[in-house]
Write a protein that binds this ligand. Structure first.
Ligand code: DGY
Length: 323
């Protein structure tokens, strides 16, 4: 039986690439260079499935490829805002993502950013490595205590909940949240999380605000200048979700005006471009979209794409079908 033809847009962990070879007639990307829009479009005429990552824009133009051979888009990532879902549906393309397997790694990064910005970790490292450290002293690089503070979560889905558990169980934090979709009641009770009626209410009452909502068109610039102004001047903003949920220019302005105390960011509006106003600030911690970047998680994500594709080509419903 001929194997389905698959095009993978970037390098994947070697273990997963070996599995892909066993199951599919696969074109891997040995150079790891991103495909151009024209190359992505060609992929849709040359393969039965295309496996993009969250940085490949699978837009209507790409999917207008003729003749269209592809029937499946297996996204390597839980977020799929890189894919025009309406256009995929219009072309009868099934779309899958990789939920669950990256929940813990991403919650770990949210806590890493929160702790790092509160305790001035990046700044301290730069200080030491540049030879400026003259020794211990009582007033040296005092940061902000995390234990016992209030964490406000914008979105309490899987990753928001995993972050809440870490904050509550590990750091005795009080947890507030806003989520238009009510989370499971037993979870709320287990950590005593307190619901708020609006994003603004969470922002007003939190020492740390962590964003965990999806990047839908409605959530673009959800955290804008007006909402940043609701935060307390000693509060910190953490974003491990998607860059465009925060108006980055407004965030730079808020930081410059000391309207908030700092930010920990793993995602940016124009990745890999980062606002220059963030790059030169000491009270921000910046990571290059590392939320899911552990070997274990990236292997699990790749295997999840594989399982979805195997189900699809066996005529079954892929477990993580989103369109
Ligand atoms: C995702 O999966 O959506 C992350 O942003 C990348 O791991």
């Amino acid at each position: 039986m001929t194997k389905p033809k698959v095009i993978v847009t970037r390098r994947w962990p070697a273990k997963v690439e070996a599995e892909l070879k066993k199951n599919f007639d696969v074109d891997l990307n040995a150079t790891d260079q991103p495909l151009s829009e024209a190359e992505l479009k060609d992929a849709f005429t040359n393969a039965d499935a295309v496996f993009p990552t969250v940085t490949d824009a699978i837009n209507a133009k790409v999917m207008s490829a003729e003749p269209l051979r592809a029937r499946l888009i297996g996204n390597f990532g839980v977020g799929y805002n890189n894919i025009d879902i309406d256009a995929a549906k219009a072309r009868s393309l099934a779309v899958t993502n990789t939920p669950e397997v990256l929940t813990d790694a991403t919650a770990d990064i949210a806590m890493t950013l929160l702790l790092s910005v509160a305790r001035r970790i990046g700044e301290g490292e730069r200080h030491l490595r540049s030879g400026q450290w003259t020794g211990w002293r009582p007033t040296h690089m005092m940061g902000t205590q995390v234990t016992g503070k209030t964490l406000g979560l914008i979105g309490l889905g899987r990753i928001g909940r995993a972050t809440a558990v870490r904050a509550h169980s590990g750091f005795k934090m009080r947890v507030l949240y806003f989520d238009p979709f009510p989370p499971p009641e037993d979870f709320i009770t287990s950590i005593g999380a307190e619901s708020r009626d609006s994003v603004e209410d969470v922002l007003r009452d939190s020492d740390f605000v962590s964003i965990h909502c999806p990047a839908t068109p409605e959530n673009r610039h959800l955290i804008n200048a007006k909402r940043l102004a609701c935060m307390r001047p000693d509060a910190f903003l953490i974003n491990t979700a998607r860059g465009d949920i925060v108006d980055e220019a407004a965030l730079v302005e808020a930081l410059e005006a000391n309207r908030i105390a700092g930010a920990g960011l793993d995602v940016f509006e124009g990745e890999p471009r980062v606002s220059p106003g963030l790059l030169n600030r000491e009270n921000v911690v910046l990571l290059p979209h590392l939320g899911s970047a552990t070997v274990e998680t990236r292997v699990a994500m790749g295997l999840r794409v594989l399982e979805n594709a195997k189900a699809f080509f066996a005529g079954e419903q892929p477990p993580d079908r989103v369109a």
